[in-house]
Structure formats: structure tokens, C-alpha cells
Design a protein around this ligand. Structure first.
Ligand SMILES: [Ca+2]
Ligand SMILES: [Ca+2]
Length: 501
């Protein structure tokens, strides 16, 4: 079992797509010094941990195909810059999680460059190789697409080689084969290097359900047993959050060995209820997931998000409807779990796939001067000065999306009922209207009732008898509310948090 890490869990996390976040040297590409310059901004927003998308050398713009696990992509900076970032983050009580991509490497990684040379190369079995008859015999030449990979034919040609190699995501990303003990020894070195020598606080684990291929799928969970033991041996308080992009039932067993997994089912459910303006018994479904997760790990941490770098941005999902953007944030930040904000959500950034357009430059200021913190490695199609108010202006507008996020994060951190992370305290409050989403967060010090109006209509709210004492308005986005909750109306898309006193 995993160690008790309850003392080490920060509560508000922020995903930075490094290339797009902040440019420090005017080349238009986000970099580590840029992130350092924004740590005060993140601390002010209330962020307590950062998940950095990959920072290792890589031929792609997204860097999910690593060529060297021990250094920093030169476009992003140096190892010294990274150490500076880590120290500066720790000074502000912000943890740093690295994106660990160990399902595959780049074809340009020296291991693969060796492996592809010949059948008897010592690196050959770091990867998966088979002849076409072997592939046919196992019936694995084709696969069904999954939420995280549209690839149907995962076997790729190596010129002048009778064997093909397996690459689930694309031919430039050959899958690693952890049947190789030598590869496992390399992995141990990588983990030790980042956790112990450099001192990062944890890992976001990419493609965790794909470590072993589909025909050996059940091996993947066992791999994380091995992995968590490695981590616990070198740094028991390190944090692990896994990408297991699947239905909740398939996700749950991963909690046996890992602290947290991203809740994709919830992410899509939150998007749907805000778009459709109807609840779909989200609280009941969450409670079912909790009892499932609990079976595998009583200290499970539900990593919750509206979207991440692989999903259409929430701003676009709700058609840039400002009140709905705020409503989505209000729901996310009042539910149990460890929330992950995707950079730019706090200023209402937009974007739909293809991928580069859900990863556009953060708008710090208007993009007019030549030298700017705003990155410009891509020409933004969605988040521009015409569609989005840059952070600089939102800061001086108390009604901005930015201030909404900030207020909710602050509230989450000061109210123990909201910040409770273990044994999620969540119960449905039935208001007999599926356009009202209401829940109860009991806590020994101060319990809360939270009500969201999902609709564009003014709603009458009648609290059930057992919640009749919840008359104190702790927080409301309805400007007509103040003091005691006697008036039973809630304005469109507004949220209300009530306490007994
Ligand atoms: Ca730069
Ligand atoms: Ca794999």
C-alpha cells in the first residue's frame, strides 16, 4: 500500500503548458524563467502546486516525446533555471510536479536509435518488436480507438527490418517495454534523479493505463505497484497523480498504488450540466465513484478538473458565456477533491481542437508591443484581444473571471468543509428541480449547503426542513443577496453558499 501522505497534499493545482505560459526572453516561446516571473501571480491566485507539461528535450512543440530524461529542453531553459524555479516555488509554498512520460520515448531517443539498428542490439528489448506473422497470430494488428488515442494501426515499419515496432500514439512515439529489466533500472535512475537529486515534489503520470499494451493490459496496474515502491523508497512524501483516461470503473484500481487520478468522467459531466442547464444526478454519481475508489485506497484523492490540455477549453464548451464560465468554476471549486486549473481558465480563455488551439498563448496583456510576456509561437485563433480580456485588465475589474476564481479559491482554503480532501464529505440536497444543483458538505466545525442555479431563469429556492437552519449567506454570486437568506430567489447561473451562522 502507499504511504500516508496526508500531511503533504496541497489542494489547489495549476497545469502549465510551458510553451504558452510566459516568455522571458522575447523569442515568443514560453520558458522556465517566464514561469519564475509569474510565481507571485500564481501564489496570489492561491495556487499550491504546479503540474508542468514536459520540459525535457523533444522534437515536438508539446514535448510528449522525450529524447533525454535528464535535461531541459533548450527552448525552455537549463537545469539551473529549473533548480531556481523549484527553489522559488518552494519559497512560496508551491509544489512542482513533473510530467513523467514513461510509456514511450521519441524515435530520436538514443535508446530507440540503438534499438532500431539490429535484432541483437542491447537496447532492442527496451521496445516492442514483432514480425507481421506474429502480429497476425496474436490478432493485434488493429486496435479499437480510445479517448486518448485515435490510432488504429499501432505497428510501424522500421526500414530494412522484418520486425515492426509498437507505437500506440503515433509512429514517432515507440512504446517502452517494461519486461526489460535493464529498462526498469534506467527508470529507477530517472526517478531518483528528479525526486532526490533535483527535489521535485511529485509526478503527473502520462498514459498510465497504456504502460503495457492492450494484449497485456492487466500488467499495467502491477507496473504501478512496482513504480510506487520505487518512489516510496527514495521519497516517501512524493505525490503521484495519474492520467487514466477511462471510465470510472477502470480508473479505480489505479488508486491502489497511486495517490490521485484525474476524474475524466466528472470533467465531461460538469461540462454537460453547464451546457445543458440540467443536473444529471452528479452528486449521486460522485458518491458511487468515491465508494469504488475507497475500496482500493481509503486515502484516495480525486483529481478534479473542468478541462486539461487534451480537451476543448471550458470557455469554448460554454460558447464564451461569461456567467456559465463562472458557474463552471463555482461548481468545480466547491466539490471535494484536489482541483486542477488549466492555465488560462482563470481568465476565460477559449479554444477547441485540433490540439495547438487548446494550448494558445496566455494573455497577460494586450498583444501589441513587440517585446511581451505573451508567447507567440502560434497565431492564436480563439483567445485573442478581441475575444478575451487580458489578465492585466481583469485584475482591475472586481467582476472579472479572474477575481471570481480568486475569491472561490480563497474561500475553499478558509472553509474546512470545502477543503476537506480525504473521505469526501458530499451529500445531495434535493430541491425538486433538476436545474438546481445543491449539495451538503458536512464538517464538524462548520457545515455548508451549496446551491447552483444551472438555468437562465430566476429560481425559487426552498430549503428542505433538515437544512432550514442554513440561513447565513457565506458567499453568493447573486448581487441581490446579502446577510441572511430569507428571500428564496436565486438569479440565473448564480451560486450560493450557506452556513448555519
Ligand atoms: Ca522564451
Ligand atoms: Ca505502452
Amino acid at each position: 500500500m502507499i504511504a500516508d501522505k496526508s500531511r503533504f497534499i496541497p489542494r489547489i493545482c495549476y497545469e502549465i503548458f510551458v510553451r504558452s505560459f510566459c516568455d522571458s526572453n522575447g523569442d515568443g516561446i514560453g520558458d522556465l524563467q517566464g514561469i519564475i516571473s509569474k510565481l507571485d501571480y500564481l501564489a496570489e491566485l492561491g495556487i499550491e502546486a504546479i503540474w508542468l507539461t514536459p520540459i525535457h528535450p523533444s522534437p515536438s512543440y508539446h514535448k510528449y516525446d522525450v529524447t533525454d530524461y535528464y535535461s531541459i529542453e533548450p527552448e525552455y531553459g537549463t537545469l539551473e533555471d529549473f533548480k531556481t524555479l523549484l527553489a522559488a516555488a518552494h519559497e512560496r509554498n508551491i509544489q512542482i510536479y513533473l510530467d513523467l512520460i514513461i510509456n514511450h520515448t521519441s524515435t530520436l531517443h538514443p535508446w530507440f536509435a540503438e534499438a532500431r539498428k539490429s535484432h541483437d542490439n542491447v537496447f532492442r528489448n527496451f521496445y516492442w518488436w514483432m514480425t507481421p506473422p506474429q502480429i497476425e497470430a496474436l490478432g493485434i494488428s488493429k486496435r479499437e480507438t480510445s479517448d486518448d488515442s485515435q490510432v488504429v494501426y499501432p505497428w510501424h515499419d522500421n526500414p530494412e527490418d522484418q520486425e515492426k515496432y509498437y507505437g500506440l500514439f503515433f509512429k514517432g512515439m515507440p512504446d517502452l517495454n517494461y519486461h526489460s529489466e535493464a529498462l526498469r533500472a534506467e527508470l529507477e535512475k530517472i526517478i531518483r534523479f528528479w525526486l532526490v537529486e533535483i527535489g521535485v515534489d511529485g509526478f503527473r503520470l502520462d498514459a498510465a493505463r497504456h504502460i503495457y499494451p492492450d494484449w497485456e493490459k492487466e500488467e499495467s496496474i502491477g507496473f504501478w505497484d512496482y513504480f510506487s515502491k520505487l518512489v516510496n523508497n527514495v521519497k516517501p512524501d512524493a505525490f503521484t497523480v495519474a492520467e487514466v483516461w477511462a471510465e470510472t470503473e477502470e480508473v479505480a484500481p489505479y488508486f491502489r498504488y497511486l495517490n490521485a487520478t484525474f476524474h475524466f468522467d466528472l470533467s465531461f459531466a460538469l461540462q454537460r450540466i453547464v451546457v445543458q442547464e440540467h443536473d444529471e444526478e452528479i452528486v449521486e454519481k460522485l458518491r458511487e465513484s468515491y465508494s469504488l475508489f475507497e475500496k482500493y485506497n481509503p486515502l484516495f484523492i480525486d483529481a478534479i478538473m473542468l478541462t486539461n490540455h487534451d480537451q476543448d477549453r471550458i470557455g469554448s464548451v460554454v460558447s464564451n458565456h461569461k456567467a456559465k464560465i463562472k458557474l463552471a468554476a463555482s461548481i468545480l471549486l466547491t466539490l471535494p477533491g484536489q482541483p486542477y486549473l488549466y492555465y488560462g481558465e482563470e481568465i476565460g480563455m477559449l479554444g477547441t481542437k485540433p490540439d495547438p488551439y487548446i494550448r494558445e498563448p496566455f494573455l497577460w496583456s494586450e498583444n501589441e508591443s513587440e517585446v511581451s510576456e505573451n508567447t507567440h509561437w502560434i497565431h492564436a485563433q480563439f483567445s485573442t484581444n478581441q475575444t478575451i480580456t487580458p489578465l492585466f485588465e481583469q485584475k482591475s475589474d472586481p467582476n472579472s473571471i479572474y477575481h471570481h476564481y480568486r475569491a472561490l479559491i480563497s474561500l475553499r482554503k478558509t472553509e474546512p468543509a470545502l477543503s476537506q480532501i480525504f473521505a469526501p464529505n458530499l451529500h445531495r440536497v434535493c430541491l425538486h428541480d433538476d436545474q438546481l444543483l445543491a449539495y451538503f458538505r458536512p464538517h464538524v466545525d462548520k457545515s455548508l449547503v451549496i446551491i447552483h442555479n444551472l438555468s437562465g431563469d430566476i429560481k425559487n429556492v426552498y430549503l428542505p426542513e433538515d437544512k432550514a437552519d442554513f440561513k447565513n449567506i457565506l458567499y453568493s454570486t447573486d448581487s441581490s443577496h446579502s446577510g441572511a437568506f430569507s428571500h428564496a430567489e436565486l438569479a440565473p447561473y448564480c451560486s450560493l453558499i450557506l452556513s448555519v451562522q
